[in-house]
Design a binder for this molecule. Structure first.
Ligand SMILES: [Zn+2]
Length: 168
């Protein structure tokens, strides 16, 4: 279901749009073609390279996504589907500070966790357990939203997303 990755003029990933929308932007000269999928788009009047990545001609400033409410998909994408305690495959969301102890449903208090770690932690605070977090959780970078929006990341997008990914 991946569409076309739209980059800001600064090459910062911005959004994912449909191929049809990207072609409109291209024909309207709002964007330039950065990467093609290798396929051709043909209609009666034109034949052009099917876009995979396009870049805006003019910079747009985007409100930061910090205020966006945390979602299960967003947390899993940010944490690369790994348990933030043991690096195993994550299946659950864990509140680092348990809700029963006043922990919020926020980006900096939610992590992906495997069932085993989640169960072992129970409603204790981290210092009362032998468990440690892989990194400090926080709001995800824009590339995570791109991944959530697209479902899968085509290879041609990787160079534009890879640097922005969390290394933790
Ligand atoms: Zn675990």
């Amino acid at each position: 279901m991946a569409g076309v990755l739209v980059l800001n003029a600064t090459f910062e990933p911005l959004a994912v749009v449909s191929i049809r929308r990207a072609i409109c932007l291209l024909l309207g000269e709002k964007v330039e073609l950065v990467r093609s999928s290798g396929r051709k788009v043909r209609s009666e009047r034109l034949s052009l390279d099917e876009p995979s990545v396009v870049r805006l001609g003019r910079y747009v400033s985007v409100p930061y996504q910090r205020n966006r409410a945390p979602s299960r998909r967003g947390i899993f994408a940010r944490d690369r589907h790994r348990c933030q305690y043991c690096d195993g495959a994550a299946e659950t969301l864990d509140h680092v500070v348990p809700r029963s102890r006043g922990g919020g449903h926020t980006w900096d208090n939610l992590v992906a966790a495997c069932r085993r770690c989640n169960a072992a932690k129970r409603d204790r605070l981290l210092p009362d357990t032998p468990m440690r977090l892989a990194g400090r959780p926080g709001p995800p970078p824009p590339s995570v939203w791109i991944e959530v929006a697209a479902g899968t990341i085509p290879e041609s997008w990787e160079p534009f997303l890879v640097d922005k990914r969390r290394s933790a």
